[in-house]
Design a protein around this ligand. Structure first.
Ligand code: HEC
Ligand code: HEC
Ligand code: HEC
Ligand code: HEC
Ligand code: HEC
Ligand code: HEC
Ligand code: HEC
Length: 407
């Protein structure tokens, strides 16, 4: 191109290009979101916060609910490993076809029921599957135990006969998804209390705005002001009070035995958890005898001296955007932000055992994996990390004996 024409070209096209890129970036703000006009969806957030997204997609929150093709169902569909047997006459076979993955129930070789895996919940320790019947969701009878790499009868299900009629209520979606609009159920039921969901309204996974609150105004502002590197119109979680921060996590991590007065889908950072739900009287007092290690990390943590004697919150140890399994040393370092020589509150075992062992076994001695009373798979309790931080003499002697044997 001759030089003059190039300049003309630039003069004419550059402003157009600039307008075009702006249009493009504004297009990245999703036009609608089922939660309302204040929301914009994770895709928008990710277009600017790419680093966070890269680690976030490996977290349990991302796995909390998903469609089967993108999360992949981990159990085996090969002959020999594809079935769960109730007895000599009854079993469930897992089937993979072009139209999806199915759980088919057989009695004496006759197929009596068959439903498709439409949604997957979980993916860290186990997976439980759901299927749609009309506008209602039901839990499927077979789950996958990832720790043992095998299909099992779904936790809490009858172990003598296959059942497909366990309805999934709003509570389940409130903790495992970002949104689901309820409507009257369309499947005839005896109790008359069935709840259905508007399928097109379901926002799967625990997404950015589930924790951060509606972010459309923030996204629009930052798009229109790309030179401004400070945030506007979004809550800064670190500046909330300890209770406000733990209430945010507690919307889903403070137990299932609760009386809910409002849907926790409406909870936004800064809100008070007590305005949404309270521990049910029937659940008993929130002491160690009545709490379970599963799903109740907030109440468990509150029974710990670390919590009552400090400004500790969940972020004192957890990075909500990162997968944090088997990182014993990472967590030990978190403990040491408060337990140090300078604070005169070091472990009483300091000097008695090797310093490296003290760190690598820190959480195993003081926050051991304990059996859940609530989730039992095939008569075996699922082991969950307790959030009652304390001294557990049994765990200590187990570890000390193991160390002795190794020498
Ligand atoms: C156009 C780009 C852009 C989009 C889209 C965007 N953000 Fe931001 N965000 C920023 C910038 C710039 C900052 C300030 C610098 C920083 O903290 O990274 C920020 C900061 C934040 C902060 C920290 C606030 C603080 O004061 O510490 C949060 C939380 C946040 N964004 C969440 C979100 C969520 C949730 C979404 C989606 C609803 C989103 N952002 C969409 C650009 C964007
Ligand atoms: C909307 C509900 C919800 C909120 C809010 C929530 N969580 Fe979770 N969280 C879950 C669910 C559900 C799981 C289990 C997901 C799964 O494995 O399917 C989970 C799992 C976790 C795990 C286990 C991670 C793993 O890899 O096993 C940690 C740690 C955690 N949450 C911490 C937090 C913290 C900290 C906060 C507050 C900043 C928080 N959560 C807020 C619902 C929630
Ligand atoms: C389980 C709840 C949860 C989810 C899901 C979540 N966040 Fe956060 N986010 C938090 C908490 C809590 C903090 C404050 C962390 C702290 O105290 O250090 C935070 C901090 C931030 C910050 C500011 C500090 C930083 O780490 O840069 C940004 C930006 C942010 N989140 C963006 C996002 C985006 C984008 C997504 C979705 C891809 C997302 N968050 C998903 C809970 C969550
Ligand atoms: C009050 C919130 C809450 C409700 C209600 C709830 N869950 Fe969970 N669920 C959690 C939390 C938190 C975890 C993970 C941490 C734990 O075990 O404490 C979890 C773990 C799971 C896991 C194991 C996940 C994994 O990755 O290993 C599955 C599967 C699951 N839930 C399915 C369901 C189903 C299906 C329902 C409804 C019938 C349901 N949950 C109801 C909060 C909830
Ligand atoms: C935010 C600060 C903080 C963090 C983080 C913290 N603690 Fe503590 N912890 C305390 C305080 C304060 C006490 C009570 C008084 C003292 O010992 O100084 C305490 C008490 C304890 C106790 C005595 C409990 C009892 O019932 O007598 C143990 C054990 C303990 N912490 C272990 C841990 C371990 C292990 C971690 C990491 C997983 C940890 N702490 C993280 C602040 C913290
Ligand atoms: C003193 C540190 C500390 C604090 C504070 C803390 N956690 Fe944890 N949490 C841990 C450790 C350590 C693990 C085990 C991580 C692993 O899998 O190796 C864990 C695991 C979890 C798990 C997975 C449990 C399992 O076994 O599947 C959930 C869920 C969780 N934390 C939620 C929370 C929530 C919600 C809060 C705030 C109410 C919180 N945590 C506060 C240290 C902490
Ligand atoms: C091998 C198990 C073991 C390991 C590893 C261990 N501790 Fe301890 N810790 C104990 C025992 C047992 C006690 C109580 C000793 C006593 O009372 O004589 C204790 C006491 C404590 C106390 C004081 C509790 C009190 O009564 O005042 C704190 C704080 C503590 N440990 C923190 C830690 C931290 C932080 C780590 C890791 C960096 C750690 N411990 C590693 C077993 C362990």
């Amino acid at each position: 191109m001759p030089r003059k024409r190039l300049v003309l070209f630039a003069l004419f096209f550059l402003p157009v290009a600039a307008i075009l890129t702006q249009c493009l970036s504004n297009k990245e703000i999703a036009a609608t979101d089922p939660r309302g006009e204040d929301y914009t969806g994770a895709k928008t957030c990710i277009s600017c916060h790419k680093n966070i997204d890269q680690s976030y997609i490996h977290t349990a929150h991302y796995l909390a609910s998903s469609l089967p093709p993108d999360s992949s169902v981990h159990g085996s569909f090969f002959k020999g490993n594809d079935s769960v047997y109730y007895n000599d006459h009854a079993h469930i076979m897992m089937q993979k076809t072009d139209s999806g993955m199915y759980q088919a129930s057989f009695i004496n070789g006759q197929q009596v029921n068959r439903e498709r895996i439409d949604l997957v919940t979980g993916g860290v320790k186990g997976e439980t599957y759901l299927y749609w019947k009309e506008n209602e969701l039901f839990e499927l009878p077979v789950s996958y135990d990832k720790t043992k790499s095998k299909w099992i009868v779904s936790p809490g299900f009858d172990t003598t006969i296959a059942s497909y009629d366990r309805m999934v209520n709003l509570r389940c979606m409130e903790c495992h998804a970002s949104y689901a609009k309820t409507e009257p159920g369309k499947v005839a039921s005896f109790s008359g209390e069935s709840v259905g969901f508007d399928k097109s309204s379901v926002v799967l996974k625990i997404d950015c705005e589930r924790c951060h609150g509606p972010g459309r105004q923030h996204a629009e502002y930052q798009f229109s002001n790309p030179d401004i590197k400070t945030a506007k119109y979004i809550t800064r979680i670190q500046s909330l009070s300890q209770t406000q921060q733990t209430d945010l996590c507690g919307t889903c991590h403070s137990g299932t035995q609760t009386d809910n007065s409002r849907s926790i889908f409406e909870f936004k950072p800064g809100d008070k958890l007590a305005d949404f739900k309270k521990r049910a009287a029937s659940a008993g007092p929130p002491d160690l005898k009545h709490l379970d290690v599963h799903g109740d990390q907030l109440e468990m943590l509150k029974t710990s001296k670390c919590f009552s004697a400090s400004k500790m919150n969940c972020s004192s140890c957890h990075d909500p955007h990162k997968k944090q399994h088997d990182e014993a040393l990472y967590f030990a370092a978190k403990c040491e932000t408060c337990h140090s020589n300078a604070n005169h509150n070091l472990c009483k075992m300091t000097g008695k055992i090797d310093a490296a062992v003290l760190r690598s076994k820190c959480i195993d001695c003081h926050m051991p994996l304990l059996p859940s009373k609530a989730i039992v798979n095939e008569q075996q309790s699922v082991m969950i990390r307790t959030h009652h931080i304390g001294v557990y003499p049994d765990e200590t002697s187990k570890i000390l004996q193991y160390l002795k044997a190794k020498k």
